[in-house]
Unconditional design. Structure first.
Length: 120
Protein backbone atom coordinates (compact mmCIF):
# COMPACT_ATOMS: atom_id res chain seq x y z
CA UNK A 1 0.00 0.00 0.00
CA UNK A 2 1.52 3.39 -0.98
CA UNK A 3 2.32 5.92 1.69
CA UNK A 4 -0.35 8.57 2.21
CA UNK A 5 0.27 11.79 0.28
CA UNK A 6 1.40 14.68 2.46
CA UNK A 7 -0.49 17.92 2.11
CA UNK A 8 1.37 20.40 -0.10
CA UNK A 9 3.74 17.88 -1.70
CA UNK A 10 4.80 19.09 -5.13
CA UNK A 11 4.53 16.73 -8.07
CA UNK A 12 6.27 17.77 -11.31
CA UNK A 13 4.50 17.51 -14.65
CA UNK A 14 5.91 17.50 -18.17
CA UNK A 15 4.67 21.07 -18.59
CA UNK A 16 6.28 22.27 -15.35
CA UNK A 17 9.56 20.57 -16.28
CA UNK A 18 9.57 22.32 -19.66
CA UNK A 19 8.74 25.67 -18.05
CA UNK A 20 11.59 25.30 -15.53
CA UNK A 21 14.11 24.49 -18.28
CA UNK A 22 12.94 27.47 -20.35
CA UNK A 23 13.04 29.93 -17.43
CA UNK A 24 16.50 28.69 -16.41
CA UNK A 25 17.68 29.12 -20.03
CA UNK A 26 16.49 32.73 -19.86
CA UNK A 27 18.61 33.30 -16.75
CA UNK A 28 15.87 33.50 -14.12
CA UNK A 29 17.15 32.82 -10.58
CA UNK A 30 16.05 29.62 -8.85
CA UNK A 31 14.03 31.53 -6.25
CA UNK A 32 12.00 33.26 -8.99
CA UNK A 33 11.37 29.99 -10.84
CA UNK A 34 10.33 28.31 -7.60
CA UNK A 35 7.99 31.17 -6.74
CA UNK A 36 6.36 30.81 -10.16
CA UNK A 37 5.61 27.17 -9.25
CA UNK A 38 4.67 27.96 -5.64
CA UNK A 39 7.66 26.10 -4.19
CA UNK A 40 10.96 27.01 -2.54
CA UNK A 41 14.29 27.07 -4.38
CA UNK A 42 15.29 23.98 -2.37
CA UNK A 43 12.18 22.09 -3.50
CA UNK A 44 12.79 23.31 -7.04
CA UNK A 45 16.25 21.79 -7.07
CA UNK A 46 15.01 18.57 -5.47
CA UNK A 47 12.40 18.02 -8.18
CA UNK A 48 13.83 19.96 -11.15
CA UNK A 49 17.61 19.94 -10.68
CA UNK A 50 18.24 18.38 -14.08
CA UNK A 51 15.99 20.90 -15.83
CA UNK A 52 17.65 23.85 -14.05
CA UNK A 53 21.13 22.60 -15.01
CA UNK A 54 20.00 21.89 -18.60
CA UNK A 55 18.55 25.39 -18.92
CA UNK A 56 21.65 27.01 -17.43
CA UNK A 57 23.89 24.99 -19.76
CA UNK A 58 21.81 26.10 -22.74
CA UNK A 59 22.05 29.75 -21.63
CA UNK A 60 25.81 29.43 -21.11
CA UNK A 61 26.27 27.92 -24.58
CA UNK A 62 24.16 30.60 -26.27
CA UNK A 63 25.99 33.43 -24.50
CA UNK A 64 29.38 31.93 -25.30
CA UNK A 65 28.40 31.51 -28.95
CA UNK A 66 27.26 35.14 -29.12
CA UNK A 67 30.43 36.41 -27.42
CA UNK A 68 32.71 34.43 -29.73
CA UNK A 69 30.71 35.57 -32.77
CA UNK A 70 31.08 39.20 -31.70
CA UNK A 71 34.81 38.72 -31.13
CA UNK A 72 35.22 37.09 -34.55
CA UNK A 73 33.34 39.91 -36.24
CA UNK A 74 35.86 42.45 -34.97
CA UNK A 75 34.45 43.64 -31.64
CA UNK A 76 37.77 44.30 -29.90
CA UNK A 77 36.21 44.68 -26.47
CA UNK A 78 34.50 41.32 -26.77
CA UNK A 79 37.68 39.76 -28.16
CA UNK A 80 39.60 40.91 -25.09
CA UNK A 81 36.80 39.70 -22.80
CA UNK A 82 36.72 36.25 -24.42
CA UNK A 83 40.50 35.90 -24.32
CA UNK A 84 40.65 36.91 -20.65
CA UNK A 85 37.72 34.82 -19.43
CA UNK A 86 37.94 31.71 -21.58
CA UNK A 87 41.66 31.57 -22.26
CA UNK A 88 42.93 33.20 -19.04
CA UNK A 89 44.86 35.88 -20.86
CA UNK A 90 46.13 38.71 -18.70
CA UNK A 91 47.50 42.19 -19.18
CA UNK A 92 49.96 41.46 -16.40
CA UNK A 93 53.27 39.93 -17.27
CA UNK A 94 54.22 36.80 -15.36
CA UNK A 95 56.67 37.47 -12.58
CA UNK A 96 60.12 36.08 -13.27
CA UNK A 97 62.78 37.81 -11.19
CA UNK A 98 65.59 36.45 -13.39
CA UNK A 99 64.15 37.66 -16.69
CA UNK A 100 64.43 41.15 -18.02
CA UNK A 101 61.42 42.94 -19.52
CA UNK A 102 62.76 42.10 -22.98
CA UNK A 103 62.66 38.34 -22.34
CA UNK A 104 58.94 38.05 -21.65
CA UNK A 105 57.01 37.07 -24.73
CA UNK A 106 60.15 36.87 -26.89
CA UNK A 107 60.32 33.08 -26.72
CA UNK A 108 56.77 32.65 -27.95
CA UNK A 109 56.97 35.10 -30.87
CA UNK A 110 56.81 32.94 -34.05
CA UNK A 111 59.05 35.33 -36.02
CA UNK A 112 61.73 35.18 -33.34
CA UNK A 113 61.49 31.40 -33.18
CA UNK A 114 61.68 31.11 -36.99
CA UNK A 115 64.95 33.10 -36.96
CA UNK A 116 66.32 30.82 -34.24
CA UNK A 117 66.59 33.64 -31.71
CA UNK A 118 64.20 32.15 -29.11
CA UNK A 119 65.29 30.30 -26.01
CA UNK A 120 66.63 26.83 -26.56
Amino acid sequence: MPAPRREGVHEPTDDSRQMVAELAALGFPQAVIGKRLGISARTLMRHYGDEVREGFDRLHAELAQTAVGMARSGDRTMLIFVLKTKFRWSEQRPEDPGAGADAIGRDSDPEVLDRGEGAA
